[in-house]
Write a protein that binds this ligand. Structure first.
Ligand code: BGC
Length: 714
């Protein structure tokens, strides 16, 4: 009788929810009151690799999760990591997040979010494990390709529309990995020591934007430790910053296997534990009771050692997330592998490609001409949607660079040679080089397509790269190729910076990232000139590793001593370091060429003196003075050169991407707030804005500034 009554109440509640879609605490509490202690505890940990249980007795559903962040991962078995071998889990592979960041186009990020959210929804996922916004601190981090670069402002601007797009589908985004998971080496235990100032100014802003502006419904705690505590159950990060200061009302999910202790997990802000060891000798229903938030948690609540209100808070959050997702009957049904998603994937890929060098207008190549083009390099044919760790995808299709270029350049004769191999058991390396040099010498044009890949030790989870240089002896190969045919352009496929000792000897370089399903088409769009490149680097390329700030300070700074690491570079990460210390990068943050030329002029602020709280309008004229149509990203940086405390020479605080036909001019405005000029002051544990003179830099990359203007803040 009681059970039937409960069910009735619950169904009345669900019906109400469908109509009003309003989520009130009273409604959540009314469900909570129907749950037994056992049921509540069960909701706080996994029931399978990628789901957490509901309460069948009351019709409370399970929650299903999926990686993330570039597409919806193939189905994985219930209780091991093998793929299930379904045939209906093929999806659209979107470009990696470094590429999305390189578009500097927040509205495109929203389309990306909407599309991937639709695919998640179609695949019946309630939580998408992404996006990732860990800051690019070192080019060796094996997971940089999953993140949005080295600048907190860029990552903040790009992550918010992605999250909103995903969540429009009634699918929760799960922003990750909170926080300071900036390397893969020793990721499960490395104890990060970083100043409060660097934490607040560099490592937290993108997470804060994801929560406060993007309103992400969930967040993933990271594997590493921070000041001696694991981040998936971290009192300061989760209880204080996330749940108190940022008023986060969603769910904290552990990284898979990132939970280490019942008491800490219970008290320090974790809501759902995922990926912990299970008791495989027990039935499906009880195997996961071995989780830290399983039986031992239940016992501690029963004995009163942990207050039931702690448990209730977790369950309330989980129920709230369910109402936003699976219990929202008004959410759309989603769709998958449709033309629009391919279009978005291609658009992001095309807009993200960065033209780094283009001597004598090497690119674009004319597709009408009967050229012989030698495509050299394994990455012309290697799948880049597979590998890389948890972001690996089962793409419905993936157009390789070779296929894309062949299709677009159908008047040309395309000859391919692998040139190098990533397979250590592979063949005769010497004959690969010989064949490549022969083909290159016969061609009008050589395109070398190399870079990194998704193999372990390259751009791949759970390990870091060992060095900045290209693997598999590619530097040698490029050098030999340019000797037999100097008409050579290089296309780098990677999610990380690499060194380029051959740079002065090649005509052109394109940074092409991991581009997903539409990779080859997007590359063909750019090299044919069908699209004009407009991508900008979301991180700096150092000349050598020791020029990067994390590495400059030696092993204790990166990778640490095996237990602890000290972020001695503090706030001077990426271009902040290069700029402030006058260490010229190979290519700077925000840099990227075009097939046309833009002129930025008439830079003005609306006032010369501002009061705290004012907003500032920076206006400028932008003119396309070249012969091709195209887009330019104008960037606004601020600085305080007379500062008594250490500050970066420049910090990005605004940008705008504008499309202009050849010859056209426009006037644009970028708005800043006086708070953009403040710094995190450890002496008051808060942001502080000092009065005085500041510089506003406007340009088209961090090291190409058209004009600096001064303003005063009262
Ligand atoms: C990764 C997460 C991922 C999870 C589930 C972990 O190893 O760090 O990013 O979402 O696995 O696959």
């Amino acid at each position: 009788m009681i059970n039937k009554l409960n069910l009735l109440i619950f169904y009345i509640f669900i019906c109400n929810l469908s109509f009003s879609q309003e989520i009130s605490d009273a409604k959540i509490d009314s469900i909570l009151s129907l749950l037994t202690l056992e049921e509540k505890v069960s909701m706080c940990h996994a029931q399978s690799q990628f789901s957490s249980p509901g309460v069948p007795r009351l019709g409370i559903p399970e929650l299903w999760m999926s990686d993330g962040p570039h597409g919806i991962r193939a189905e994985i078995n219930w209780s091991n990591w093998d793929y299930s071998g379904w045939t209906n889990d093929y999806i659209t592979a979107f470009p990696a997040l470094t590429c999305l960041a390189a578009t500097f186009n927040p509205s495109l990020s929203n389309h990306y979010g909407i599309s991937i959210g639709e695919e998640a929804r179609y695949r019946k996922k309630d939580i998408l494990l992404g996006p990732g916004v860990n800051i690019y601190r070192t080019p060796l981090n094996g997971r940089n390709f999953e993140y949005m670069g080295e600048d907190p402002y860029l990552a903040s601007r790009m992550v918010v529309p992605y999250i909103k797009g995903v969540q429009m589908n009634g699918v929760a985004a799960c922003v990750k990995h909170f926080a300071l998971n900036n390397q893969e080496l020793w990721r499960n235990h490395i104890n990060v020591q970083v100043s409060d100032r660097a934490l607040y100014e560099i490592y937290l802003p993108a997470f804060k934007a994801a929560i406060k502006l993007g309103k992400s419904w969930s967040i993933m705690g990271s594997y590493n430790q921070f000041r001696g505590q694991h981040c998936s159950h971290h009192d300061f990060l989760l209880n204080r910053i996330l749940k108190t200061d940022w008023s986060f009302d969603g769910v904290v999910i552990s990284d898979w296997g990132g939970t280490h202790d019942t008491r800490e997990a219970a008290l320090n802000g974790l809501d759902i534990e995922m990926g912990s060891p299970i008791d495989t000798m027990r039935s499906t229903r009880h195997a996961f009771d071995a989780n830290f938030l399983g039986s031992s948690f239940l016992e501690m609540v029963k004995s009163g050692e942990i207050d039931e209100r702690i448990l209730d808070d977790k369950v309330r959050r989980i129920l709230r997330l369910m109402m936003r997702t699976i219990l929202n009957s008004a959410r759309p049904l989603g769709r998958i592998n449709n033309t629009e998603h391919s279009y978005v994937a291609r658009q992001v890929a095309t807009e993200g490609i960065v033209l780094l060098k283009n001597k004598s207008n090497f690119f674009p190549l004319n597709p009408e001409k009967k050229l012989t083009i030698a495509l050299i390099g394994e990455n012309a044919i290697k799948s880049m949607t597979t590998g890389g760790g948890s972001s690996e995808l089962k793409a419905n299709y993936e157009v390789s660079p070779l296929e894309g270029i062949k299709k677009r350049f159908n008047n040309a004769s395309i000859i391919f040679s692998k040139g190098y191999t990533s397979d250590s058991s592979d063949q005769d390396v010497k004959s690969l080089i010989k064949d490549a040099l022969e083909k290159a010498s016969q061609a009008d044009i050589v395109l070398f397509i190399g870079g990194l890949n998704k193999n372990r030790g390259q751009d791949c989870e759970a390990e870091d790269r060992k060095e900045l240089k290209l693997p598999y002896n590619q530097d040698y190969l490029i050098d030999e190729l340019q000797k037999v045919n100097p008409n050579i352009g290089v296309l780098l496929v990677s999610g990380n910076a690499v060194s380029m000792p051959w740079l002065s000897k090649v005509k052109a370089v394109l940074q092409t990232w991991y581009l997903g399903s539409e990779a080859g088409n997007a590359i063909a769009d750019i090299i044919s000139g069908d699209s004009n490149p407009s991508g900008k680097l979301p991180f700096s390329f150092p000349v050598k590793l020791s020029d990067n700030s994390a590495h400059f300070f030696g092993e204790l700074s990166y990778p640490g001593d095996g237990e602890t690491q000290y972020y001695k570079d503090d706030i001077l990460v990426g271009y902040r370091w290069h700029d402030t210390n006058n260490i010229k990068p190979l290519f700077s943050f925000g840099y990227g060429l075009s097939y046309t030329t833009f002129k930025i002029s008439d830079i003005k602020s609306d006032k010369k003196v501002y009061s705290d709280g004012d907003s500032l309008s920076i206006t400028y004229k932008l003119k396309n003075i070249g012969i091709n149509d195209g887009s330019e990203v104008v960037q606004v940086y601020i600085g305080k050169s007379d500062s008594k405390i250490i500050r970066a020479l420049k910090e990005l605080k605004g940008f705008k991407k504008t499309y202009l036909s050849s010859g056209k001019e426009t006037t644009e405005i970028i708005t800043l707030n006086t708070s953009d000029f403040s710094f995190y002051d450890e002496s008051i544990s808060n942001w502080n804005l000092l009065a005085g003179r500041y510089e506003v830099y406007v340009g088209n990359s961090s090291d190409n500034i058209s004009e600096v203007i001064s303003i005063n803040i009262k």
